[in-house]
Design a binder for this molecule. Sequence first.
Ligand code: PLP
Length: 441
Amino acid sequence: MADAAGGRSRAAARHCRRVRDSRERGSAASCLAQPPPSRSEWNTMTNNAAYSRLNPHMAGVRRVDYAALQDRIDAGYLMLGWADPFFPDPCLPEHVIAAAKATLDEGGAHYSLPIGSPQLRRTIAGKLARVNGMSIDPDRELIVTPGSDTGLWQAMQVVISPGDEVLNPVPSYPSNVRNVELMGGVNVPVPLDAERDFALDLDALRQRITPSSKLIVLTQPNNPTGTVHDRATLEALAKIVIDHDLLVVVDQAFEDVIYDGREFVTFATLPGMRERTITVFSLSKGMAMSGFRIGYTVAAPEIMAIMHGTAVNILGAANTAAQAAAVAALQAPSFVDGYRRTFAARRKLATEIFANVPGVRFSAPQAGLMLWLDTSSLGNSRDVADHIAQKARIIVHPGENFGGIGSGYIRIMLSALRDDIAFADALRRTADCLGSFDPQN
Ligand SMILES: Cc1ncc(COP(=O)(O)O)c(C=O)c1O
């Protein structure tokens, strides 16, 4: 018993060392706020030594106080922190609602295949050909997931074993950083270049490749910076991937909202990348179907066979009525054009409003639903976010969870609320708060 406990704490110490090393190497804030508690610490904290048996990779995760967040939402705070289009207002088009209802009315609330219904997979294959330039076999190269969060988890777990190094351009979607740590992998942050609209720094990436590197996780378009990595950069990245026999997970959750006619390249369509890339998609963002929890993942048959084999273990299956709604949305997607126009107008308004706030710097996002504001001259991002919550009763996302340089930034969603006037008012109140922020108070 003592040996087992010793083994665990040695494993925990090794884990902490790895987390610390990866922090130092990339100077990025880890999502693990603290190392996992030791056996004696668990005893002090809970009086229950059984908790020292918990997975050390999981036990150190940052605690989230969801009850406090719910209290704020219930108290009427405006949520400009979540990437949930039009939250909390209704927004679904009639044909999407009708398709979900019809499934329930017909009593069709049974399991689908764990990999998704044939009809949805065929519809997604059509979308991939039309929009992404990918021709795929919906039976062997595709899986439907309950949201893309589970898709990202499954995609990474197919690759990552404890100790593997994962190159993670940051700042990035927090799960894409944290998943690596929860799986016992070693996060190797690659800072995006803040002076070039957060473009990928390929030299920085190359310098961090070691014999233990296995995977690159690319959020494209990037959340939180709204960067669209361009074709030349992605082609150069593809060469690095081939030279070092790496795999890539690409998170394309925000692919539907690209501004200024900019080209968007699906990385897997570049020569040699189809077989090395796992691409994860979502219906939550551009299609504003977050609550349906539908995403999908595309990979080469060899990799997808593993994902199909683990579908029951990791995903269960996506909700059957939600899959019917997804078919309707993907077959008649023109409603998304209206959303795009809304987001483009709000982006313009937001850049005008925040341009006049002293001490705040930003670039207009190239894609996505968010504005990433450099508030480092005002103070720590958590203090700035707290100030906005207290003064304006508006919740924004402090940047530190996004890894890398995030702690000097806050992220504001341009997609909250259905009403444009109410949204503009929220933006102005947020800007006023930033203008009046005093770090001493
Ligand atoms: C970049 C990115 N990827 C994936 C997700 C997960 O979205 P969902 O699980 O709703 O598909 C999010 C959610 O905020 C995100 O921002």
